[in-house]
Design a protein around this ligand. Structure first.
Ligand code: FES
Length: 116
């Protein structure tokens, strides 16, 4: 079952940028790409960098601290063997961005701690 939470307006996140939002205590990065909006845990699995401050290209973001690259569709790290970050369902309605907060319950690693 989905529980959609409004997190921002589409215009709040310029194309090829990210923004951090906090949903129920979890840091979530919202990204606006040429292929749509994506939401992932906003804590890099390397040393906790803020992924939403990274460079967005296609459907990836590069961590601003040490350049681990995260695939926004899946949350997988593409240039390291580190575990990925959770990816969350996103929908757009009437110019607003919604994230499925129900997924926060089944993906608790998104609570903001770095893995390594
Ligand atoms: S903290 Fe993200 S690559 Fe090091």
């Amino acid at each position: 079952m989905s529980r959609w939470v409004e997190v921002c307006a589409e215009e709040d996140v310029p194309r090829l940028e990210g923004r951090r939002v906090v949903i129920e205590g979890s840091n979530i990065g919202i990204f606006n790409t040429e292929e749509g909006f994506f939401a992932i845990g906003d804590v890099c699995p390397h040393k906790g960098g803020p992924l939403s401050d990274g460079d967005v290209a296609a459907t990836t973001v590069s961590c601003p601290l040490h350049a681990r690259k995260i695939e926004l569709r899946s949350g997988e790290v593409t240039n390291d063997s580190l575990p990925g970050v959770p990816a969350f369902p996103v929908k757009l309605e009437d110019g607003k961005v919604f994230v499925d907060a129900e997924e926060l319950c089944v993906k608790p690693r998104m609570r903001g701690e770095a893995v390594a």
